[in-house]
Design a binder for this molecule. Structure first.
Ligand SMILES: Cc1cc2nc3c(=O)[nH]c(=O)nc-3n(C[C@H](O)[C@H](O)[C@H](O)COP(=O)(O)OP(=O)(O)OC[C@H]3O[C@@H](n4cnc5c(N)ncnc54)[C@H](O)[C@@H]3O)c2cc1C
Length: 494
């Protein structure tokens, strides 16, 4: 049944409270403190408690698992050093070591639980043999285009079992002889065939290849073009609630409804220009993951604004939060140029350009790309060949970003630039047409698995499916990004 039939009445109280008039809404840096004391007072004085006042009570425990540690007496010389034990670093360490290559993985806390709540399409993990690492799946997904229109998608969605996936990768790594060192990489230096990593505990490790998997904030990966990112910003909570109106067999990929902003003139106006949607994973009738998300913005939308919209939305949906079990502050840089190719340090994960420029999805793509990259590394450093230095960097980077894939990424960048130009109504029209496409196209687009030719067909098909209004949007807003994309594709192909 469509969700809008189940909604509870509009909120009794809103942020139209004069305390929160637009002129008094402070501007926040997205990385800044999430809620000032003044804000808390405002929330309290307005006679309701929002979930923003609730802090998660417990922190996740580190994993209880035996991994082979690097000992000071060990020889500090490896074939490959991977910096970072996030999903990208561990997956690459697992894959490279599977080729018999000596790997060391560095992280300040290799056994900590990953902090983010990851969602993937079930078919993506099935095709990688990782379906046992999904701790919850939904047979269908849905997209609320507006209060009047809902789309049901017959594609199953899953939440990654962070513990299961991390344990699986750690145990493969351990079985393949990967050594772990609990430290932060500080500095990298290169010689002709060898590089060294200095760590914050004073250790110096050496290897033929250093892989930077330290995430978005990395300072080891270099760019030679201005980084013109878009940003996805979101606030998410895993919460115990009294009740919620969502069907338990459907994951809500995007809820673009804005009826909750009926009494919020300021939020309504900003949402019309820079829209946010709700992403929902309902686990049971009292446990739910909710995330208010700005798909992409540049400059980045204020984090406080995202949270205020979420407060208004949950109140309108009649969702009363009893307990926040986990919260997450999400800021994902998207799109922009690729790192300089090649360079002496190889990158994988959040800092390598793998992040889908139009959606922010990264995990499934990282899991897919790591074996390909490991193959390219093994061709150089495996037992039969000894290709090192410039040749190694060149081959590894081209394994990660062959020319065809660089061209395809330009297309996804074009998708991001188009989304950046759309307001709420334009965004709704866009997704209305997008999810009407043949599933081969929309599924392939979201999972980064279409060829350039297929992407061109998708573009044409999208145009044909679009309403006249949406066609007008495309014709008026897309030419500049389109010309840029064509220029960049031509440059890559030369
Ligand atoms: C809140 C949030 C939610 C997300 N949700 C999704 C999602 O649902 N689906 C999806 O596909 N993608 C999602 N993403 C995007 C992306 O998948 C994640 O950011 C993912 O964690 C990236 O993995 P990574 O291994 O590259 O980096 P990270 O997970 O950031 O791991 C980096 C690791 O490197 C370590 N490190 C950092 N600096 C150093 C150093 N100097 N020396 C040694 N170690 C270091 C860190 O301790 C960390 O363990 C999300 C991102 C965020 C921020």
């Amino acid at each position: 049944m469509a969700l809008y039939l189940k909604l509870s009445p509009p909120p009794l109280l809103s942020t139209s409270n004069p305390c929160l008039s637009p002129s008094k809404i402070p501007l926040f840096h997205p990385f800044g403190k999430t809620q000032s004391r003044k804000d808390r007072q405002v929330v309290q004085s307005s006679k309701f408690t929002s979930f923003l006042d609730l802090e998660p009570k417990s922190k996740p425990e580190p994993l209880d698992f035996d991994i082979p540690w690097f000992e000071p007496a060990d020889r500090p010389r490896f074939d490959v050093i991977v910096i970072g034990a996030g999903p990208a670093g561990l997956r690459l360490a697992e894959q490279v070591s599977g080729h018999g290559i000596k790997v060391c993985c560095l992280d300040p806390s290799p056994l900590s639980m990953w902090p983010n709540n990851y969602g993937v399409w079930v078919d993506e993990f099935e095709s990688l043999g990782l379906e046992d690492c999904l701790d919850k799946t939904w047979p269908m997904t849905c997209v609320y285009i507006s209060d009047q229109k809902t789309k049901y998608l017959g594609r199953a969605y899953g939440r990654v079992g962070r513990k299961e996936l991390k344990l699986k990768l750690l145990s493969e790594c351990a079985g393949n002889g990967v050594k772990f060192h609990m430290a932060k990489a500080w500095k990298i230096e290169h010689e002709e065939f060898e590089s060294s990593v200095s760590c914050d505990d004073g250790t110096e490790l050496k290897a033929n290849l250093i892989v930077d998997a330290s995430g978005f904030a990395s300072s080891f990966t270099e760019y030679d073009k201005p980084r013109n990112h878009g940003y996805q910003i979101a606030h998410g909570i895993l919460a115990k609630v009294d009740s919620h109106p969502f069907d338990l067999d459907k994951m809500v990929l995007m809820d673009w409804r804005d009826s909750h902003l009926g009494n919020e003139p300021y939020l309504r106006a900003t949402n019309s220009k820079l829209p946010t949607f709700l992403y929902v994973m309902p686990f049971d009738s009292n446990l739910i993951f909710l995330e208010e998300t700005s798909l992409v913005s540049r400059p980045v939308l204020s984090y406080m604004e995202v949270k205020r919209r979420m407060v208004a939305r949950l109140r309108h949906l009649g969702i009363r939060v009893r307990e926040v079990i986990e919260d997450e502050k999400c800021l994902i840089p998207m799109g922009g140029p690729l790192p300089r190719i090649p360079q002496n340090v190889l990158a994988i994960g959040g800092n390598s350009g793998i992040v889908h420029p139009a959606t922010g999805y990264t995990v499934a793509q990282t899991m897919t790309v790591a074996p390909i990259l490991a193959e390219a590394i093994a061709e150089c450093l495996g037992s039969t060949r000894m290709i090192r230095g410039t040749q190694l960097y060149y081959r590894a980077w081209n394994g990660l970003w062959p020319v065809e894939k660089r061209c395809v990424r330009e297309y996804y960048n074009f998708g991001m630039e188009t989304l950046l130009k759309l307001d709420l109504n334009g965004t709704r029209r866009f997704f209305d047409a997008f999810f009407d496409l043949n599933p081969h196209y929309w599924e392939g687009f979201l999972s980064s698995r279409l060829s350039l030719g297929e992407l061109v067909k998708l573009g044409l098909s999208l145009f044909l499916h679009a309403s006249n209004h949406s066609k007008f949007d495309m014709v008026t807003k897309c030419p500049v990004p389109l010309v840029k994309m064509m220029g960049n594709v031509a440059l890559e192909a030369i």
